[in-house]
Design a protein. Structure first.
Length: 349
């Protein structure tokens, strides 16, 4: 489904959304993300706009203080978690995230992150790495790029998205299953929503892209014995964030250089291709000219043969007329000789 911000959903879109919700029935999803990324607002959209999770604008820290589970009317269990970037509550948030990772039942999960100047916000990438390292095993998960400006979405090409995703993947212990891009909501900074309060969620319905994306996420049955506690030292978190920022900058430069090399190689390839195409076209032109010359020569020979036959036919007709004239002359001579003879007649037939 789609909120008014995303446009009025069509019948086909509602059908697709209904199918996605039905396919998620009975499944469990956990959302991870730092304060302000909008994960609570997205989760509230599954409840028709009611504030099932604490969401809205916060100043100086996150609104989500602990792990919260809520179940939708479709039987989908959703879990909201606090963010590690909340410096004031870092240890408590780390403990709550560790608790969320030690789920005995199968669950799917995704990270909600932000893009800033065409790159993943460093604190969000650091949180992803900390959570995945705490899991200590290969898992399937997704990444939701939330609050992407319409201008950025309109100008981002597929190659731009792959570049952002590649840099992020190179910073993480295991690669995500997939990515989802969601546009920013209008007037988000003016909203304040408290759980159980009088404010409605900014999203009355979950975005269709998010529903389809969540439907595709595989479930994980985590080996809890391998799960470690999320690093609870905020100073180490900030140090790791600074280190990842340097690595990300280096990777972005490397990717940019790689893209330049690829573009140069493509330009050279296009140049070679154009030269070969021109050579091939010249060969085709020569073949076309030869074919045209052969056609004209064949037509000329055909015309000459026609003229020879025509001339031979005319000569034959002339000879026939000549013979017929000689025959007539001979018959006249015979007839004249017959009249002078004693009455015996002779005629050549």
């Amino acid at each position: 489904m789609a909120s008014p911000r995303y446009g009025i959903p069509t019948t086909a879109q509602r059908g697709t959304a209904h199918d996605a919700l039905e396919r998620m029935r009975g499944r469990r999803f956990i959302a991870f993300g730092n304060p302000g990324v909008g994960k609570s607002t997205l989760l509230n959209a599954f409840f028709g706009g009611t504030a099932a999770f604490t969401s809205g604008v916060s100043f100086g820290g996150g609104l989500t203080r602990g792990m919260q589970w809520r179940t939708t009317k479709q039987g989908i269990a959703l879990c909201d978690t606090p963010g590690l970037a909340d410096a004031a509550m870092y240890k408590e948030c780390a403990a709550e995230i560790s608790k969320a990772l030690r789920q005995e039942e199968p669950f799917s999960f995704f990270f909600v992150v932000r893009l800033e100047a065409g790159r993943v916000v460093n604190e969000d990438a650091t949180t992803m790495k900390a959570v995945l390292e705490a899991l200590g095993q290969e898992v399937a998960y997704g990444v939701v790029f939330n609050k992407v400006s319409e201008k950025m979405l309109a100008t981002m090409k597929e190659t731009d998205k792959r570049k952002v995703e590649l840099v992020l993947c190179n910073q993480l212990p295991c690669k995500p299953q997939g990515f989802c891009y969601l546009p920013a909501l209008e007037n988000l900074d003016c909203a304040s929503v408290e759980a159980g309060g009088s404010y409605a969620s900014l999203l009355a319905e979950a975005p269709l892209d998010l529903l389809v994306f969540m439907k595709t996420l595989r479930e994980n049955r985590v080996n809890t014995s391998k799960v470690k506690a999320v690093e609870s030292d905020n100073a180490k978190f900030q140090k790791e964030a600074a280190k990842m920022q340097e690595e990300a900058d280096a990777q972005r430069r490397e990717v940019a250089e790689c893209l330049v090399r690829m573009m140069l190689m493509m330009a050279e390839h296009e140049k070679d291709t154009a030269a070969k195409a021109a050579e091939h076209e010249a060969e085709l032109d020569a073949l076309r000219r030869k074919a045209e010359e052969d056609r004209k020569e064949a037509e000329r020979q055909e015309w000459l043969e026609y003229q020879r036959k025509k001339q031979a036919s005319a000569e034959q007709q002339r000879r026939i007329k000549e013979l017929e004239g000689q025959k007539l002359e001979l018959n006249r001579c015979v007839a004249s000789h017959g009249r002078r003879s004693s009455g015996s007649g002779c005629c050549i037939s």
